[in-house]
Design a protein around this ligand. Structure first.
Ligand SMILES: Cc1ncc(COP(=O)(O)O)c(C=O)c1O
Length: 455
């Protein structure tokens, strides 16, 4: 063991700042099968890096298509991580264990400590940095729950880049605090669907009260980016580079478990596009694929957006208006409506291609929960550990609790780890609904699969 830090299996582990990793891990070369290429939706031919450079900063395009296992973290980004601060602690939830009466040990990665309250700055800082370095002026993006938007707004402020963010209308109404946060960092926030794009205007003409979705907001952000030469689109999740940047969490967690002389038996977390969960587990997945550990991996999604539990592993668009290439992933179809659950960050029809492949191959398992079960877990966590989790994070927490209860029955002393990828302090209206018994479970949507998928 060559790193410093403090570990006590009764409480968890913290690392010294010197142990903050200097590289991100890219799982692409280690996947059991190559990733299917993205396809041009007209020609059905693979799309290459050149076609992406008008939309994304060049370095991110390079990383997206790279088969290198490690990417150097630029010094400026590493320093920005230090001030978040990173490394984040790996905490043992002993009071929760006691409450559940389980012999299992439950650990969580405490990503709620970042200034915006989630893990999103892990990639937002990197993306804003690369955009600025390329001499660009404006970052355009979308946000669901507002966690990504806040992280991007903060990161753009840090690297002096303008930011314009399309926020899913239903989330903007559920979480006005997030919009204020983004504006405080200096970003321009437009509720999506908006009057600013062709896509938005068309949808508003059909339904002036359209609730929006992540797929629609992505379409608006892409359309807007393509209309401005000095703008690029910064994407929260799903793409290989966003997942790689998030591995900072898993790389830290590996050192933290090693310091405690433990190996997690099971790691769970929530999946929206798949970035936080992939970032948490991929360094461990690498070890599992090399036959060095036997950890079980469980991805958790809402029953209202059941991409991996009821969707198909096939080609689909990543956005609602069909601007993107076709991507091979788990999807419930890009035109399937997403019920307005409170975990706005999980309202996305598709999932990251690499994570989808791992689920398809059975390396990662997936499960789904209705939101009342999720909030029940979240409240248990709040009352035992004192932490109010984001509704997204609480999906992973739900599975961790269920597994700990199973251990109570079997007597197994499993080591369980979940990613507490954000706090819910700007989601209190959702907690209020739950506390008052008003929270409802949405029926799973009727899945509308894209024509191409039926061929
Ligand atoms: C706190 C939080 N967790 C999870 C997610 C889901 O995204 P991903 O699956 O890419 O981590 C979001 C998305 O906005 C989020 O805000």
């Amino acid at each position: 063991m060559t790193f410093k830090g403090y570990a006590d299996p009764d409480y968890g582990a913290v690392l010294s700042p010197d142990d903050l990793p200097k590289k991100w891990y890219n799982i692409v070369p280690d996947l059991p099968e190559p990733l299917a290429p993205m396809l041009d939706s007209h020609t059905l031919k693979p799309v290459g890096p050149k076609q992406f450079e008008r939309l994304f900063p060049k370095e991110l395009v390079r990383q997206q298509f790279s088969k290198e296992r490690w990417f150097d973290i630029p010094q400026e980004v590493w320093e920005a991580y230090r001030t978040l601060p990173r490394p984040t602690p790996l905490v043992r939830a002993r009071r929760l264990e006691k409450f559940l009466g389980t012999p299992a040990k439950i650990f969580y990665k405490a990503e709620q400590f970042s200034p915006v309250g989630s893990m999103k700055p892990n990639t937002a800082l990197a993306q804003a940095y690369y955009a600025k370095k390329q001499g660009l002026e404006l970052a355009v993006s979308e946000t669901g729950a507002g966690q990504w938007g806040s992280a991007l707004a903060m990161s753009c402020a840090r690297f002096q880049l303008k930011a314009r963010i399309y926020m899913v209308r239903v989330s903007a109404q559920q979480k006005p605090g997030r919009k204020i946060l983004m504006e405080t960092y200096g970003a321009e926030v437009l509720e999506s669907p908006s009057e600013n794009t062709e896509t938005g205007r068309k949808l508003l003409a059909e339904n002036p009260n359209h609730p929006g979705s992540l797929g629609i907001a992505i379409s608006e952000a892409i359309e807007d980016t393509l209309a401005q030469q000095e703008a690029r689109y910064l994407l929260a999740s799903a793409f290989n580079y966003a997942l790689a940047h998030q591995t900072i969490m898993g790389l830290e967690a590996q050192k933290q478990f090693e310091l405690m002389d433990l190996v997690p038996d099971m790691m769970c977390g929530c999946i929206g596009g798949g970035s936080n969960y992939s970032g948490f587990i991929y360094p461990f997945v690498r070890e599992k694929l090399r036959g060095r550990i036997e950890t079980e991996f469980v991805a958790c999604e809402p029953t209202a957006v059941p991409s991996t539990t009821r969707g198909r592993f096939t080609y689909d668009y990543a956005d609602a208006a069909e601007h993107t290439p076709l991507v091979k992933m788990y999807s419930i179809g890009h035109s399937t409506p997403n019920p307005p659950i409170h975990a706005g960050g999980l309202r996305f029809h598709g999932k990251a291609p690499s994570l989808s492949l791992l689920i398809h191959l059975g390396v990662v398992k997936s499960v789904a929960f209705p939101q009342t079960k999720v909030f029940e877990a979240a409240k248990m966590f709040a009352q035992t550990e004192g932490v109010i989790p984001a509704p997204e994070s609480a999906h992973g927490l739900r599975y961790a609790i269920d597994e700990a209860i199973r251990c109570r029955k079997t007597g197994e002393k499993k080591v369980i780890a979940f990613n507490n990828c954000g706090h819910g302090l700007l989601d209190l209206s959702a907690y209020d609904e739950y506390n008052k018994g008003k929270l409802v479970d949405w029926e799973p949507p009727e899945i509308q699969l894209f024509e191409y998928l039926r061929k």
